[in-house]
Design a binder for this molecule. Structure first.
Ligand code: NAG
Ligand code: NAG
Length: 501
């Protein structure tokens, strides 16, 4: 739907940092984990001196445990990612595995080179195995209609959807969704920790996450959650609903539907655990519920006819078939996969982990919102809307005159009380009342003229927004508030109508 972004309306969005993570689950999955105190997201912003680090630092040897769980790291990568894989392994070794010595399994659809194997074996402190992915686990199945699949890829590429034109990306998503845990080298393990080339572990991990999962009856753990691109999964949720209807026995009684749907399962809210980091129980994926679920999805061909990602597939599977309390958010594990970082913020996790990340740059507290602001004394609402938009986004704009039904009479005409549809009106397209503070917000469509450049330094001292133009469908995916999404939908409808006239 690229056309949407080149309409004369360039919808304004500004983003404070990046995408919001919805951590509903985090708040209750941590119960009983101890030592978690209050969240104080602002402590690194204050100008007051930081309190002294209250933790006693233990020498590494004392944390060492020789009780290992039935677990492995798994790294899917290519030979040409050798140096990126090496850095990831070095970091997880330094921050964690030099005390535990969990093994590694590397998987690839072609054999690893001798150079690759030599380097990785050299840097790991534990057993390393290299596996070739069976042909049918990786490549597009023969029953997929290639004509239909290639048309879908072309369309997504034209629409600028990330990896929209890639077959190998689709192979990877399908492999991660339904096959990696069935690889012969993975069969012998119960737990895995997925690592990607070129990721960062920013904190010492002072406990064994596998052991924590095992002892606390957990199934799936994450560090970052975010929104999926809706255009990559247009029919996925419909097939999920079909599956649930036909197989209600698989849905866990105390499931996490509330995380993935805002209307009790009617639609998917696009939330997912960012699956490039996962610690999970493979027996859960291998179990009847998830395997049946995967086969149901596989049969639709959506991994190829659309571009279903393993993140929504795993997230939906975990949310539906595991109990809510079996899903774990690990605040302690500082993790970065560019461009997003999770940096610990709870209690003194940052200090204890000797973290090297900035807790102020945390994906989970950033949100997407439409620009708005308060009107000054004596200022008209219209002037305030244009000024605030400019100040918050850096783009000069004018309010867009549109065609609207109105009861306001023409100047000088008295006593006409009928509704007339009139062109060139600069009037709000909607008025909303914000529940939280009772503020009344008047919404306008604004236009940025062709060639207008962004000005820096227009924000107030206390503001720190990043502005971004987005295609309408993308904006609808990621705007944090439902009201903002409805406003964009309304604005779009008005603009499209006007175009047609
Ligand atoms: C580890 O887990 C796998 C999968 O559940 C199982 O087949 C295997 O027997 C387990 N190994 C040990 C030593 O318990
Ligand atoms: C693990 O949790 C699930 C879901 O709450 C529960 O049904 C199961 O009995 C638990 N297993 C153990 C061993 O506690």
């Amino acid at each position: 739907m690229k056309a949407l972004s080149v309409s004369p309306l360039r919808v304004f969005l500004f983003v404070a940092g990046a995408i919001i993570g919805i951590h509903l689950i985090a708040s209750y999955s941590h119960e009983g984990y101890g030592r978690i105190t209050s969240i104080s997201p602002n402590k690194f912003r204050s100008s007051r001196p930081l309190p002294p680090v209250p933790v006693q630092r233990l020498p590494n040897e004392q944390i060492y445990s020789d009780k290992r769980e039935n677990a492995t790291f798994v790294i899917l990568c290519r030979n040409n990612q050798l140096w990126d894989a090496l850095r990831s392994v070095k970091e997880i070794e330094d921050r964690f595995n030099h005390r535990y010595h969990y093994p590694y399994v590397f998987l690839n659809e072609v054999p690893f080179t001798e150079e690759f194997k030599y380097a990785l074996k050299h840097i790991a402190s534990s057993e390393v195995e290299f596996g070739l992915i069976p042909h049918d686990h990786w490549f597009q199945p023969a029953w997929i209609d290639e004509d239909r699949a290639s048309k879908a890829r072309q369309k997504m590429q034209d629409d600028n959807i990330i990896y929209g034109g890639s077959v190998s990306y689709r192979n990877m998503c399908r492999f991660n969704s339904g096959f990696f845990f069935r690889h012969p080298l993975m069969q012998k393990y119960k737990w895995y920790w997925r690592i990607e080339p070129d990721v960062h572990f920013h904190c010492d991990i002072l406990f064994d996450p596998f052991r924590y999962m095992q002892e606390n009856n957990k199934t799936y753990a994450f560090t970052i959650s975010m929104f999926e691109y809706g255009a990559t999964i247009p029919t996925l949720w419909g097939h999920v609903k079909d599956f649930i209807k036909k197989n209600p026995q698989y849905v866990a009684p105390n499931n996490a539907m509330g995380f993935i749907s805002d209307n009790n399962g009617d639609s998917y809210n696009l939330c997912h655990f960012w699956s490039n980091f996962e610690i999970a129980n493979m027996d859960f994926w291998r179990g009847e519920a998830y395997m049946k679920f995967f086969e149901h999805l596989e049969a639709q061909g959506g991994f190829y006819y659309e571009r279903w990602g393993d993140a929504p597939v795993h997230s939906i599977g975990a949310a539906l078939f595991a109990s809510r309390d079996q899903i774990q958010f690990f605040d302690e594990i500082g993790y970065e996969h560019a461009p997003y970082t999770h940096c610990p913020r709870q209690g003194n996790n940052w200090e204890r982990g000797r973290c090297s990340c900035n807790p102020g740059h945390n994906v989970d507290k950033d949100q997407y919102t439409l620009p708005k602001g308060r009107k000054d004394r004596g200022e008209t609402i219209e002037a305030a809307a244009a000024r605030e938009t400019y100040e918050e986004t850096g783009y000069r704009c004018s309010l867009w005159p549109n065609r609207l039904p109105t009861r306001a009479p023409a100047p000088g005409v008295n006593n006409v009380h009928t509704v007339e549809v009139v062109d060139n009106l600069v009037e709000p397209i909607a008025v909303t009342i914000r529940q939280a503070d009772g503020k009344v917000i008047f919404w306008y469509i604004a236009l940025v003229a062709e060639g207008v450049e962004k000005q820096e330094g227009t924000q107030m001292e206390s503001e720190n927004y990043k502005s971004e133009f987005l295609a309408v469908n993308r904006a609808m995916d990621i705007l944090t508030s439902q009201t903002d999404r409805e406003i964009v939908a309304k604005a779009y409808e008005i603009v499209v109508q006007k175009e047609r006239l």
